[in-house]
Design a protein. Structure first.
Length: 175
């Protein structure tokens, strides 16, 4: 079967250049290979262009990460930039963070930003809107319960905090 490969060759000038080699077999009537035809095409310029594009893509990704490392959060006010600097400071540490703010101000977005930049980013992030859970069920939802703990508790259930191992949890509207 015909095939191709790319190789670097050392030229007379002492410089390496990339070449694309294409090999085609010549078969006799019985189907046996009697010789190979090979061509070599200088592809150094293409390889350099590919490397340049790859390096530029990496540089652009890094620039985007630096300039807008909080892709879910939109804004450019000084107050928001201050908050985002604080997010970047606390994210690497394994600590509890209290995020205060009115309803709808983006507390969960900030919590997710901290999580995404933490050492636990590959783990699940659990968000709980406590206002959406009836007061009679909040303890069970957050901390879980054992079978028979109350009427209707037919099996053991892990709470949100236990599932998250007390990390990467966001509890909103806690009153």
């Amino acid at each position: 079967m015909p095939f191709e490969t790319e190789k670097r060759l050392l030229g007379k000038d002492g410089q390496f250049r990339w070449f694309l080699f294409r090999y085609n077999p010549v078969l006799n009537e019985a189907g046996d290979i009697v010789r190979w035809f090979a061509t070599a095409t200088d592809v150094e310029d293409r390889k350099q262009a590919e490397d340049r594009v790859r390096n530029e893509a990496v540089a652009l990704r890094e620039q985007i990460d630096r300039d807008s490392m909080f892709e879910d959060i939109v804004g450019s006010s000084e107050a928001l930039r201050k908050v985002l600097r604080q997010v970047a400071k606390v994210a690497p540490f394994d600590s509890t963070v209290l995020i205060l703010g009115e309803t709808g101000t983006g507390k969960e977005l900030i919590a997710r930003a901290i999580h995404k930049r933490s050492n636990r980013a590959e783990r699940a992030f659990f968000g709980v809107n406590c206002a959406a859970i009836p007061a009679s069920l909040i303890a069970s939802e957050l901390f879980g319960h054992e079978k028979g703990a109350f009427t209707g508790a037919t099996q053991r259930r892990l709470g949100r905090f236990e599932i998250g191992e007390w990390r990467d949890d966001f509890s909103d509207e806690v009153a």
